[in-house]
Design a protein around this ligand. Sequence first.
Ligand code: SAH
Length: 221
Amino acid sequence: MTKLNLAGIGMTSQRTRDRLVQRLCNQGISNFEVLDVMRTTPRHIFLDEALAHRAYEDDALPIGFQQTLSQPYTVARMTELLLADAPLKRVLEVGTGSGYQTTVLAQLVERVYSVERIKPLQEKARQRLRTLGARNVHLKHADGGFGWPDKGPFDGIISTAAPERVPEELIAQLAVGGRLVIPVGDHLKQQLMLVVKTEEGVTTTVVEPAFFVPLKSGVIS
Ligand code: SAH
């Protein structure tokens, strides 16, 4: 768990952010810790200046390289599903992107390992995480479809890009009792899935329809 350094970040008015959290409540987000972190995390610093004024609307927004910063509802929902009732020690994120989801997680779990395939996005995210003083985050430039084998097993894995089917490697890197939250499908139809690993195997639940950028293989430097 890290506490962010928010000095000099220049937050948008408290009212705007309270309204966002109210909307998340109305949409069914009920984990108070998640709501509180969403209320205090500055989303505008994860966007280019020209888009920053839209940071507290409940929309996905472009971050370059045809990628998007996920909608706040989606970030809140996935985080809530990941946390469930137990505190998490080690969490893997596939798709660092802007680093916003990473920053939300960093405040709620002990350690975050986040993998991104597009180097310039990773570098920007690294800079933002440094500014915020999120010291419990480790970043890697790699194809996250293979997870981060030498750092596993993980209590939680979250993917912010959608593969066509759940990668076996990610299931293999889940600890027993661990939870994987991942959108699965193609550009026509995706479902958000929750995969839980038990002693006997895995249970998979379809949560709701999803709209994510695709999980791609290889890396871009
Ligand atoms: N969590 C991000 C969402 C970014 S969109 C945020 O809060 O901003 C999804 C990200 O997944 C993109 O940055 C994309 O480059 C990345 N991605 C797609 N396929 C990947 C892969 N195989 N390995 C790692 N990252 C991947």
